[in-house]
Design a protein around this ligand. Sequence first.
Ligand code: 3H9
Length: 653
Amino acid sequence: MVVRVETKDDLAVVTIDNPPVNAASQAVRAGLLAAIAETEANTTAKAVILCAEGRTFTAGADVREFDKQPMPPHLPDVIQAIEDTTKPWIAALHGSVLGGGLEIALGCSHRVALRSTRFGLPEVTLGLIPGAGGTVRLPRLIDPLEALNMVTSGKPISAATALNLGLIDDIADGDVMACAIALARKTANARTRTALRHRDAKPVEDPAAWEAAKTRIISKARGALAPVAAARAVQTALDLPADQAQIQEREAFLTLKSDPQSAALRYIFFAERSASKLPELKGVEPHQLTSIGVIGGGTMGAGIAAACLLAGLPVTLAERDEAARSAGQLRITAILENSRKRGLIDQGKLDALTAALSTTTTFEALTETDLIIEAVFEDMDVKTQVLQELDKHIRRDAILASNTSYLDINAMAARTKHPERVIGLHFFSPAHIMKLVEVIIPDEAAPSVVAAGFALARKLGKIAVPASVCDGFIGNRIMSAYRRECEYMVEDGALPWDVDRAMRDFGFPMGVFEMQDLAGLDIRWAKRKSQAATRDPAQRYVHIADKLCEARRFGRKTGQGWYDYAGGKTTPSQWVENLVLAESARKKIARTPISDAEIVQRILSTMQAEAQALLTEGIARRPEGIDVVMVNGYGFPRWCGGPMFLKNHPSVD
Ligand code: 3H9
């Protein structure tokens, strides 16, 4: 039974039991309607407690049902039926009270929650708006501006914030059922609180802030439909009586549900969860990971160390000398301190995490560490030397991970004593924030070592995608290919800012040339120089980036790159334009204008061709993994699903 009813003295307890996340599937909705009938007919029960089994209260509608014909009873009707009961319904909440789950809770007369509970309306992240009264009931319970933020951002809030906002009545530190029972006993026999549907919306306290928030939401949407529709729905909820507003909310929800953007966002949601599931690892027990070593305390190493600490893993940071050790330690503590300032951890937790960090200048301190991640300079010899040195000091069953973004880990592993314990963990910067990790599987890696790589990523809350060894793995290899194509377009007739504008209008947060200016042009210049001797002379090569570097135009950090940055303003550079025209002329290329649509098409086709090559070569396992990498690591607009999704669903574009 996915919903069961038990009577406890003068209370009825309705329990949702639909693992893994108690999604409000058709069976749950039908079960809830039956429970309403049963508890209304039960003359002993004076109040009803609604709770859920397992790790969470309902985390929302069952998203897998969205591709099918909607099946009655529909969630809005179930929630209205809860709201119309004669007895108080007390929601006893824990875990992630999200989407339809929060909407169910809003139909109850009272809400109590465990302190660890998170509340949110994440529908926008799936290209939707709440479809069961969330946009209508929430601004009738809490400040409309807070409701607007929750509905349009999709970001969850803590139980403490929910209590402050008046979203819940009480917080339980230990037993949420005891808290709910105490509240049930206090409530009268009859449902005395006016249902949210019958209340007026709360007034907007600051109309100017309200309008500014709506404008910000619309301008930040950059082509995504759902946040704009969500803002409109909350406004409608304030302007119209609840019943009418809910009809409009439902219509907007159904329209968005059948839009290709939502299909793409739902696809990527499930792709992120399936990407790391490798059939060959089924049943493989990963190595235990209770302590992590990080070699190198630069930006990347410090971010990785902080991510591990924040996930509850003690870290030993090793650096080559005292100055570097101290600088690395400072970088890590600054990240942790920043987490405290942002309210993610409190002072007690900060102290505990700081105590869980040890730093050293010798590898002897790593003898008992389970997994060591090297995050030193991106150079084959430097990295290999570090791994070889570690070989001498670490336990036989410890794992060695390289955080390389391009290098041949097979070759690196072959130069260690035990290649079967070497893997790649390609983090993205800043590593404590970016969700993506490419788990690089060298040919010799033992299954339990690979499984440990995925287990670590999961523990860190990251999205892990497997890749085999090649130059740049999945993401950087596709990135190299499309960057090359962008440079061809610049030689053929576009200017860098034309390419950047077309990419931004398509939905990338920034264009490829702006991105290079931000990252700095010198590192890739060094790489190109080191590859010059082995480059295929028959391959088309664009010299413009090299000439920028020869002129010391390394990007933002030098005030000039593809763009000029004088006075803190980004402006197209006449010098670069002259250089581009001169290079085209030198190569006798007759420049022809390239439209924005053609620019985007050429970029997409290049990405898709490279992605196909990665699949054919077995570097990437599935098209979904490639999309997950491009969306989470390279700014590909999430609502387009990724280059491979777009290839099969061109209507999203
Ligand atoms: C909605 O509610 C619309 C309503 O307004 C209106 C309706 C009319 N459905 O993430 P995990 C699966 S829209 C189906 O690994 P965690 C997931 O695929 C919905 N399946 O666990 C995975 O399956 P598998 C609004 C779902 O502990 C398994 O559960 N709600 C759903 O890291 C475990 O998931 C959301 O958007 C679902 N709704 O995180 C919430 N959710 O094992 C979406 C999860 O086969 N969910 N699954 O790979 C989440 O954010 C996270 O799953 C959650 C747990 C935080 C709950």
